[in-house]
Design a binder for this molecule. Structure first.
Ligand code: SF4
Length: 204
Protein backbone atom coordinates (compact mmCIF):
# COMPACT_ATOMS: atom_id res chain seq x y z
CA UNK A 1 0.00 0.00 0.00
CA UNK A 2 1.26 3.46 -0.91
CA UNK A 3 2.60 5.38 2.07
CA UNK A 4 0.94 8.64 3.05
CA UNK A 5 2.51 11.67 4.73
CA UNK A 6 1.09 10.70 8.10
CA UNK A 7 2.85 7.34 7.99
CA UNK A 8 6.06 9.25 8.70
CA UNK A 9 5.00 11.01 11.87
CA UNK A 10 7.36 8.76 13.83
CA UNK A 11 10.06 11.13 12.52
CA UNK A 12 8.37 13.99 14.39
CA UNK A 13 8.50 11.96 17.60
CA UNK A 14 12.20 11.20 17.17
CA UNK A 15 12.93 14.81 16.22
CA UNK A 16 11.12 16.05 19.32
CA UNK A 17 13.19 13.89 21.67
CA UNK A 18 16.41 14.91 19.91
CA UNK A 19 15.58 18.62 19.97
CA UNK A 20 14.69 18.40 23.66
CA UNK A 21 18.05 16.81 24.45
CA UNK A 22 19.84 19.56 22.53
CA UNK A 23 17.79 22.46 23.93
CA UNK A 24 15.32 21.85 26.74
CA UNK A 25 13.12 24.74 25.61
CA UNK A 26 11.98 22.64 22.63
CA UNK A 27 10.10 20.58 25.23
CA UNK A 28 7.30 23.12 24.84
CA UNK A 29 6.62 21.71 21.38
CA UNK A 30 5.35 18.59 23.14
CA UNK A 31 2.17 20.54 23.90
CA UNK A 32 1.23 19.81 20.28
CA UNK A 33 1.29 16.07 21.05
CA UNK A 34 -0.64 16.72 24.24
CA UNK A 35 -3.42 18.97 22.97
CA UNK A 36 -3.99 17.66 19.42
CA UNK A 37 -5.42 14.23 20.39
CA UNK A 38 -7.74 15.86 22.94
CA UNK A 39 -8.91 18.47 20.43
CA UNK A 40 -9.54 15.81 17.78
CA UNK A 41 -11.56 13.69 20.23
CA UNK A 42 -13.52 16.68 21.57
CA UNK A 43 -14.35 18.10 18.14
CA UNK A 44 -15.68 14.89 16.64
CA UNK A 45 -12.62 13.14 15.26
CA UNK A 46 -12.94 10.23 17.68
CA UNK A 47 -9.78 8.15 17.90
CA UNK A 48 -8.35 9.48 14.62
CA UNK A 49 -5.18 10.62 16.38
CA UNK A 50 -4.41 7.13 17.70
CA UNK A 51 -5.37 5.53 14.41
CA UNK A 52 -3.61 7.84 11.99
CA UNK A 53 -1.47 10.56 13.54
CA UNK A 54 0.38 9.29 16.59
CA UNK A 55 4.12 9.39 15.96
CA UNK A 56 4.90 7.56 19.20
CA UNK A 57 2.63 4.65 18.30
CA UNK A 58 4.26 4.49 14.87
CA UNK A 59 7.76 4.61 16.36
CA UNK A 60 7.01 1.79 18.80
CA UNK A 61 5.57 -0.22 15.94
CA UNK A 62 8.65 0.43 13.84
CA UNK A 63 11.08 -0.56 16.58
CA UNK A 64 9.06 -3.56 17.69
CA UNK A 65 7.88 -4.97 14.38
CA UNK A 66 10.29 -3.81 11.69
CA UNK A 67 13.46 -3.82 13.83
CA UNK A 68 12.22 -6.85 15.79
CA UNK A 69 13.06 -5.40 19.18
CA UNK A 70 9.84 -6.71 20.70
CA UNK A 71 9.30 -10.12 22.28
CA UNK A 72 5.87 -9.85 20.68
CA UNK A 73 3.94 -11.54 23.46
CA UNK A 74 0.53 -10.53 24.81
CA UNK A 75 0.79 -7.96 27.64
CA UNK A 76 -0.08 -9.23 31.13
CA UNK A 77 -3.78 -9.31 31.98
CA UNK A 78 -3.57 -6.60 34.65
CA UNK A 79 -2.04 -4.19 32.12
CA UNK A 80 -5.05 -4.68 29.85
CA UNK A 81 -7.60 -4.23 32.59
CA UNK A 82 -9.85 -1.17 32.79
CA UNK A 83 -8.96 -0.53 36.44
CA UNK A 84 -5.26 -0.37 35.63
CA UNK A 85 -5.82 2.02 32.71
CA UNK A 86 -7.76 4.43 34.88
CA UNK A 87 -5.48 4.01 37.92
CA UNK A 88 -2.47 4.79 35.75
CA UNK A 89 -4.25 7.77 34.20
CA UNK A 90 -5.06 9.08 37.70
CA UNK A 91 -1.46 8.63 38.84
CA UNK A 92 -0.09 10.18 35.65
CA UNK A 93 -2.34 13.23 35.88
CA UNK A 94 -1.56 13.67 39.58
CA UNK A 95 2.15 13.78 38.75
CA UNK A 96 1.37 16.14 35.87
CA UNK A 97 -0.47 18.40 38.32
CA UNK A 98 2.54 18.38 40.67
CA UNK A 99 4.73 19.36 37.73
CA UNK A 100 2.43 22.31 37.02
CA UNK A 101 2.57 23.24 40.71
CA UNK A 102 6.40 23.26 40.59
CA UNK A 103 6.14 25.60 37.61
CA UNK A 104 3.81 27.85 39.61
CA UNK A 105 6.22 27.90 42.56
CA UNK A 106 9.02 29.10 40.29
CA UNK A 107 6.62 31.70 38.88
CA UNK A 108 6.15 33.01 42.43
CA UNK A 109 9.91 33.33 42.99
CA UNK A 110 11.28 29.96 44.13
CA UNK A 111 14.48 29.11 42.30
CA UNK A 112 14.48 26.99 39.19
CA UNK A 113 15.53 23.35 39.43
CA UNK A 114 17.72 22.56 36.45
CA UNK A 115 16.97 18.83 36.20
CA UNK A 116 14.77 16.42 34.28
CA UNK A 117 13.01 13.80 36.41
CA UNK A 118 12.79 10.38 34.80
CA UNK A 119 10.15 7.84 35.90
CA UNK A 120 9.09 10.31 38.61
CA UNK A 121 12.16 9.26 40.61
CA UNK A 122 15.53 9.85 38.99
CA UNK A 123 16.69 13.45 38.81
CA UNK A 124 18.98 13.91 35.83
CA UNK A 125 21.08 17.09 36.20
CA UNK A 126 20.64 19.23 33.09
CA UNK A 127 23.19 21.91 33.86
CA UNK A 128 24.27 22.43 30.24
CA UNK A 129 20.92 23.90 29.29
CA UNK A 130 21.01 27.61 28.62
CA UNK A 131 17.61 28.90 29.60
CA UNK A 132 18.58 32.52 30.14
CA UNK A 133 16.44 33.66 27.18
CA UNK A 134 13.14 32.90 28.90
CA UNK A 135 11.44 33.50 32.24
CA UNK A 136 12.41 30.93 34.91
CA UNK A 137 8.87 29.47 35.08
CA UNK A 138 8.96 28.80 31.33
CA UNK A 139 12.24 26.94 31.77
CA UNK A 140 10.82 25.03 34.77
CA UNK A 141 7.83 23.91 32.71
CA UNK A 142 10.19 22.79 29.93
CA UNK A 143 12.22 20.64 32.38
CA UNK A 144 9.07 19.21 33.92
CA UNK A 145 7.26 18.55 30.67
CA UNK A 146 10.29 16.97 29.03
CA UNK A 147 10.51 14.68 32.06
CA UNK A 148 6.89 13.65 31.45
CA UNK A 149 7.58 12.98 27.76
CA UNK A 150 10.82 11.09 28.44
CA UNK A 151 9.12 9.03 31.15
CA UNK A 152 6.23 8.01 28.91
CA UNK A 153 8.64 7.25 26.05
CA UNK A 154 10.77 5.11 28.37
CA UNK A 155 7.73 3.19 29.62
CA UNK A 156 6.56 2.78 26.03
CA UNK A 157 9.97 1.43 25.04
CA UNK A 158 10.19 -1.02 27.97
CA UNK A 159 6.65 -2.28 27.34
CA UNK A 160 7.40 -2.59 23.63
CA UNK A 161 10.46 -4.77 24.34
CA UNK A 162 8.74 -6.95 26.93
CA UNK A 163 5.44 -7.58 25.15
CA UNK A 164 3.86 -6.38 21.87
CA UNK A 165 5.20 -3.41 19.88
CA UNK A 166 2.31 -1.09 20.79
CA UNK A 167 1.55 -2.44 24.24
CA UNK A 168 2.12 1.04 25.68
CA UNK A 169 -1.15 1.96 23.94
CA UNK A 170 -2.94 -0.42 26.33
CA UNK A 171 -2.42 1.99 29.23
CA UNK A 172 -1.27 5.21 27.51
CA UNK A 173 -2.95 8.05 29.45
CA UNK A 174 -3.67 9.94 26.23
CA UNK A 175 -5.33 6.88 24.70
CA UNK A 176 -7.41 6.43 27.86
CA UNK A 177 -8.42 10.11 27.90
CA UNK A 178 -9.45 10.19 24.24
CA UNK A 179 -11.34 6.92 24.66
CA UNK A 180 -13.08 8.44 27.70
CA UNK A 181 -14.03 11.55 25.72
CA UNK A 182 -15.43 9.38 22.91
CA UNK A 183 -17.47 7.35 25.41
CA UNK A 184 -18.85 10.53 26.99
CA UNK A 185 -19.75 12.00 23.61
CA UNK A 186 -21.23 8.90 22.06
CA UNK A 187 -22.39 7.08 25.19
CA UNK A 188 -21.05 3.85 23.77
CA UNK A 189 -17.95 2.11 22.52
CA UNK A 190 -17.04 3.37 19.06
CA UNK A 191 -16.79 0.93 16.16
CA UNK A 192 -13.27 -0.42 15.86
CA UNK A 193 -12.26 1.68 12.86
CA UNK A 194 -13.03 4.87 14.80
CA UNK A 195 -11.82 3.69 18.14
CA UNK A 196 -8.12 3.01 18.01
CA UNK A 197 -8.72 -0.64 17.37
CA UNK A 198 -7.62 -3.38 19.74
CA UNK A 199 -4.55 -3.84 17.57
CA UNK A 200 -3.57 -0.24 18.27
CA UNK A 201 -4.15 -0.84 21.96
CA UNK A 202 -1.59 -3.62 21.70
CA UNK A 203 -3.83 -6.52 22.57
CA UNK A 204 -4.65 -8.10 19.22
S1 SF4 B 1 -2.78 5.13 22.78
FE1 SF4 B 1 -1.21 6.77 23.11
S2 SF4 B 1 0.69 6.07 22.12
FE2 SF4 B 1 -1.01 4.77 21.42
S3 SF4 B 1 -1.65 5.66 19.50
FE3 SF4 B 1 -2.95 6.57 21.10
S4 SF4 B 1 -1.92 8.43 21.80
FE4 SF4 B 1 -0.46 7.23 20.61
Amino acid sequence: MKKKWNDYLWIAELTYITLGLVNILFAWLGMIFFLTPLAIAIFGGGKAYCNHFCGRGQLLNLLGSKLKMSKNITPPKFLRSTWFRYAFLTFFMTMFGLMIFSTYKVFTGISLEQAVTLLWTFKLPWMWADVSAVAPWMAQFAFGFFGVMLTSSTLGFITMVLSKPRSWCVYCPMGTMTQGICKLKHGRELPSDERGCEKDRGVA
